[in-house]
Design a protein around this ligand. Structure first.
Ligand SMILES: Nc1ncnc2c1ncn2[C@@H]1O[C@H](COP(=O)(O)OP(=O)(O)OP(=O)(O)O)[C@@H](O)[C@H]1O
Ligand SMILES: [Mg+2]
Length: 421
């Protein structure tokens, strides 16, 4: 059980390059926090500083209110699970899990070791495999052994660095659920690094989005999705990604490629120039011909569909458009930062599977302008972010988290009582 507080953490490597730049994060006891961002944004560096594998250049790292910057890794009582698991091939699964206990020479009796390993293998469903060697196990089983080793240590927190990146897609999905279940059940503070946004969104109580060593936003998955602070977060979270459309501003009218939309004067007033970037998630655009109910002020327009992909439960339509070169330059830069493959000037629409819209059709589409995000292309800032709504979402997520932890505790108590009878 631990609370981990990072205050103004900076890491400069030998060449003076700030890999982590002034990051502050307050991780609550039992919370599951994800560090996410494109390759090279400083995720591993940050995690390694928390465990003690990397010196902190400046700032404070506290565990339960005690500054631990200068504590050796083994004195921090944190358990790290690496991407490559670091298992010993000549030892059985049992001995691999027991390893950290055996390292503390004489501290644990054989009986105690057996009991701890068995408890961990129960949680991880490894009971049938305890006598096998890691080499004979599947990737997912190896992953669980590595986690078992972290569990038996009674560590104050778990730290994961891309633990699933070596697994195939199916197993990754399974392990993701496993990790979520285990973390809830044990109620242990967890920091988890990934560049996979599905992992980030499904596992995290809160997700910290990093860009070039700088923290952009830390919030619940839902707040990141609905109330992003800037273009980078908006573009990073969500798949397929949010559409970014260039808009020429005239009075309080935004001229989008297909349609004009009115916005509040207060938003226009905050724009630095006469261009805006409008963000619309693919699923916010609907096929008007289906006649599904929409907000009273819904915006309608027609556009020519270039291509469609029907997936059974949903379908994607791709709609190309012309763009202003100056805004396009900004969007291309954003795309490079997001490790993208080049932003095509096309809009992606996630239509209902019932929609009959097909290649070459003039489709009539409709969207609720209240769901639209407006960004300033110069500062990248999201001008439509609603702080009140954001704190309401944050409060809800925090309530959900506490409820899940309580439920897990009750279940544990029930199971303990059952085991005694
Ligand atoms: N030992 C080192 N010496 C110098 N620079 C380093 C060192 N380790 C990392 N860096 C630099 O620090 C930055 C952050 O690296 P880090 O490994 O933390 O990124 P990451 O977010 O984990 O990326 P990835 O998703 O690729 O694992 C990178 O620019 C990297 O080149
Ligand atoms: Mg890394």
């Amino acid at each position: 059980m631990s609370q981990i507080t990072l205050t103004n953490i900076v890491k400069k490597y030998g060449d003076g390059f700030p890999a982590v730049n002034d990051v502050s994060i307050d991780i609550k006891d039992g919370e599951f926090v994800i560090l996410v961002g494109p390759s090279g944004c400083g995720k591993s560096t940050l995690l390694r500083m928390v465990v003690g594998l990397e010196d902190i250049t400046s700032g404070d790292l506290e565990i339960d209110g005690k500054r631990v910057n200068d504590l050796a890794p083994r004195d921090r009582n944190l358990a790290m699970v690496f991407q490559n698991y670091a298992l010993y091939p000549h030892l059985s699964v049992f001995e691999n899990i027991a390893f950290p206990l055996r390292l503390d020479k004489g501290k644990h009796s054989d009986e105690e070791i057996r009991s701890k390993v068995n408890k961990a293998s129960d949680v991880l469903e490894l009971n049938e495999h305890l006598e096998r060697k890691p080499g004979n196990l599947s990737g997912g089983q190896r992953q669980r052994v590595a986690m078992g080793r972290a569990i038996v240590r009674d560590a104050d927190a778990f730290l994961f660095d891309e633990p699933l990146s070596n697994l195939d897609a199916k197993l990754r999905g399974q392990m993701r659920t496993e990790i979520a279940r285990m973390q809830r059940r044990m109620g242990i503070t967890t920091i988890y690094v990934t560049h996979d946004q599905t992992e980030a969104m499904t596992l995290g109580d809160r997700v910290a989005v990093l860009k070039k060593g700088v923290l952009q936003q830390i919030a619940s998955p839902r707040e990141l999705y609905e109330q992003p602070v800037n273009l980078f977060v908006a573009g990073f979270i969500g798949s397929p990604p949010m559409n970014f459309l260039p808009a020429r501003v005239e009075g309080n009218t935004l001229h989008l490629p297909f349609v004009d939309v009115q916005v509040d004067q207060s938003i226009v007033d905050r724009l630095k120039g006469d261009m805006a970037v409008v963000g619309i998630r693919p699923e916010y655009l609907k096929d008007a011909s289906l006649g599904d109910s929409m907000a009273g002020n819904a915006v309608r327009f027609t556009a020519t569909v270039d291509q469609t992909e029907w997936l059974g439960n949903e379908q994607y339509a791709y709609i190309p458009y012309e763009t202003d070169p100056s805004v396009q330059a900004k969007l291309d830069e954003l795309d490079r930062e997001l490790d993208g493959e080049g932003m095509r000037t096309q809009m992606i629409v996630n239509l209902d599977a019932r929609s009959r819209v097909r290649e070459g059709d003039e489709a009539e589409l409709v969207f609720d302008p209240a769901l639209m995000h407006v960004f300033d292309p110069e500062t990248s800032e999201c001008l439509t972010r609603n702080e009140e709504e954001a704190s309401r979402i944050a409060q809800q997520s925090e309530d959900d988290r506490k409820r899940a932890l309580e439920r897990a505790k009750e279940r544990d108590a029930r199971e303990d009582a059952a085991a005694k009878n």
